[in-house]
Design a protein around this ligand. Structure first.
Ligand code: 13P
Length: 253
């Protein structure tokens, strides 16, 4: 049985003091039986680590360099993130792919570096609107998963949480319907099973894209949707905690 998992991706938001308050509010009332991770910008990791200390909430980063050290101006490595208490790193987010040009293979190299450092990669995949409309959703997620298999082979899905985030649903208020999301999640699991059946059973697959307190329960009720990667709604503790609660209740149903 896979445990429900909810991660908040705070993206480029917050100040030193506002992230501390938000993290404290989340840490003071986490839902039971749900893995909850919050991912501030790297600069705010220390503040957030202090605010969640002693709670069950875990810390994640929003990206990590494929290299451990060296001449990579502007980057942060997984080993450095681990020193700050990070257990998770988001890799291959669509904003990294589209705005910063990270390719499938670069994302896969970053993913492998996260694994090497002993952290868990929250690896993001998903199609654009144009790709969905031209019926390429399955081939796009297969291509993105294949990059991991090419780089990491049998280890591709060790210490990995997969996040399916259709690009057209991110920050747009247009959520994939529970049926649309479940269909892609089932395909992702089946595709991973073709490579490694045990990994496919164990891997948590999150849905991301305009998840809110009102739609979370319907999404999480599906067999292959193990939780969510939350953007905008993770910036309000009440909304984020309601989503965590929906994930907790999905386990009972
Ligand atoms: P929204 O929840 O704001 O659509 O963002 C989703 C996302 O990109 C999480 O990584």
């Amino acid at each position: 049985m896979r445990s429900p998992f909810v991660a908040g991706n705070w993206k480029l938001n917050g100040s030193r003091s506002s992230v501390s308050s938000l993290a404290s509010e989340i840490a003071s009332a986490p839902a039971s039986n749900v893995e909850v991770v919050i991912c501030p910008v790297s600069l705010h990791l220390s503040e957030v680590a202090q605010a969640i200390a002693g709670s069950s909430v875990k810390l994640g980063a929003q990206n990590a360099c494929a290299a451990e050290a060296g001449a990579y101006t502007g980057e942060v490595s997984s080993t450095m993130l681990a020193e700050y208490g990070c257990e998770f790193v988001i890799v291959g987010h669509s904003e990294r792919r589209t705005l910063f040009g990270e390719t499938d293979s670069q994302c896969a190299e970053r993913h492998a570096a996260v694994q090497r450092a002993g952290l868990t990669s929250i690896f993001c995949i998903g199609e654009s609107l144009q790709e969905r409309e031209s019926d390429q959703t399955f081939s796009v997620v297969e291509r993105q998963l294949n990059a991991l298999i090419d780089v990491s082979g049998d280890q591709a899905f060790e210490n990995t949480v997969v996040a399916y985030e259709p690009v057209w649903a991110i920050g747009t208020g247009k959520t994939a319907s529970p049926e649309q999301a479940q269909a892609v999640h089932a395909h992702i699991r089946q595709y991973i099973a073709g490579h490694n059946a045990d990994a496919a059973d164990a891997v948590q697959i999150l849905y991301g894209g305009s998840v809110n307190a009102g739609n979370a329960a319907d999404l999480f009720a599906n067999a292959d949707i193990d939780g969510g990667l939350i953007g905008g709604a993770a910036l309000k503790s009440k909304d984020f905690l309601a989503i965590c609660d929906a994930a907790s209740r999905s386990q009972d149903s």
